[in-house]
Design a protein. Structure first.
Length: 439
């Protein structure tokens, strides 16, 4: 998510929506907490197979239930930033400048950076001395203006930002009251940050635009949280996909999970976790809030794929029973991917298979939402569950009726949220799955 789209702006506000209900213990009001519409009502515990967290064979050793695979973010062959440096670029008078600097330094001292990037070939992060622009932040600035500033300031005899360097992530930290706006959208309305690339002479330069959005969530610290969440999100994605338009690296889910790329707003590593209700938290020993990011290695092992993990405990999730379908991405060629074909106006019930890697100690709650409803408020699907709780080895039935095709998606999508623990507590845990419906 938040990757530059066309001119550099993202087309989704998932980070902003989710962070608006975050607290320092953890988030429970992310994209899945946007409302109850479309969720299945709790019903009779039909089909339960024993006590909470029980194995499929009562009284025997715990056996994880059969399950489908988790997505992999594919490597398209482009470079990553193996020795990343970040150059903070701030405006005079930014009251949050000291926190931005302190947060970046914190990233070099904690395990967050290594946990989110090292498996992809990215090395430790170096923070360069901050560049403070002589002027105060303008009310509005465009992506084209920021690119022009970057190109001018990395060229000539005495470049203000130093010589152009493809291993440097040029980070424009916009102050509160400065809105990046162009035809792709605007800060704090459509996105909270993005990353892109430009060219300084023959050298491609990766850059980040991080917005400051006061008043989100109404809390005294929410604007700072949102700012550091956006910075962590964009830095991870820039280091692992610095040139997404010309030579993409880790960008987009594998063919079986193609719909994840569309639903998450791009399918880069941080995008893949942004829908998790517990995506944002302050790790132990840290001062600032970060966003978790996708681990291909963990996903391949069916372990918690969003790192760093928030709390100890087995991985659990709810997998829809999908099969191969032909899916044509908008303006693209058809792929065979995993989904379910249901003609518009037709109703079909599919099983949801509950999986955990070990005994969770309690049933978890399952909620289902139309993906477009969470993003735009308009539902393409009618969705209901025959019950709302279960544990490893259980099956919940999901009834789906598609009534409107999502033109951008070329089908419809639903999101499953599996929730365990008390919302807004340090022990709350949530997992996400995405399902595709074609017609």
């Amino acid at each position: 998510m938040l990757t530059a789209c066309g001119g550099g702006a993202a087309a989704t506000s998932s980070v902003q929506d989710a962070a608006s209900t975050t607290d320092t213990a953890g988030a429970s009001g992310g994209a899945g907490g946007a409302g109850e519409g479309g969720g299945g009502a709790p019903g009779a515990d039909a089909g339960a197979t024993g006590g909470a967290g029980a194995a499929a064979t009562a009284g025997g050793p715990f056996v994880p239930a059969p399950h489908q695979t988790l997505p992999q973010v594919i490597n398209s062959g482009g470079p990553v930033v193996t020795a990343p440096k970040v150059l903070p670029i701030l405006y005079t008078g930014d009251t949050g400048a000291s926190d931005v600097g302190a947060f970046l330094q914190e990233l070099t001292r904690t395990t967050y950076w290594g946990e989110t990037t090292s498996e992809y070939g990215v090395g430790p992060l170096t923070v360069l001395p901050t560049v403070t622009l002589s002027e105060v932040g303008p009310p509005v600035i465009s992506d084209a203006e920021l690119q022009a500033m970057l190109i001018e300031s990395t060229s000539g005899a005495n470049p203000a930002f130093g010589a152009a360097d493809p291993s440097t992530i040029y980070m424009f930290a916009l102050p509160s009251g400065t809105i990046e706006s162009d035809t792709q959208g605007a800060c704090c309305t459509d996105f909270d940050g993005y990353h892109s690339e430009t060219t300084g002479g023959p050298i491609a330069l990766p850059y980040v635009v991080a917005c400051a959005c006061p008043g989100v969530g109404g809390g005294a610290d929410s604007a700072l949280h949102l700012r550091t969440i956006a910075i962590s999100h964009e830095l991870v994605e820039t280091a692992t996909d610095p040139f997404p338009h010309t030579t993409p690296a880790f960008l987009g889910a594998d063919h079986d999970h193609l719909v994840w790329s569309s639903v998450t707003g791009g399918g880069e590593l941080a995008d893949m976790c942004v829908l998790n209700e517990d995506a944002f938290f302050i790790p132990p020993g840290s001062q600032y809030m970060i966003q978790r990011s996708w681990s291909n290695a963990a996903a391949e092992a069916t372990a918690e794929p969003c790192v760093p993990t928030r709390s100890a405990g087995p991985y659990f999730n709810t997998f829809p029973a999908l099969g191969p379908v032909s899916y044509t991405v908008r303006l693209g060629r058809p792929f065979t991917t995993q989904g379910i074909k249901i003609p518009l106006g037709t109703t079909l019930t599919i099983p949801l298979n509950l999986y955990s890697s070990a005994d969770t100690g309690a049933d978890w709650t399952v909620r289902v939402f139309d993906a477009n409803e969470l993003k735009n408020g308009s539902s393409n699907l009618s969705l209901s569950l025959d019950r709302a709780t279960g544990h490893n080895g259980d099956t919940i039935n999901l009834t789906i009726t598609p009534h409107t095709k999502d033109a951008m998606l070329g089908g419809e999508a639903f999101l499953l949220f599996s929730e365990l623990g008390t919302p807004h507590s340090g022990t709350f845990r949530s997992s996400t799955m995405v399902g595709l419906v074609t017609n």
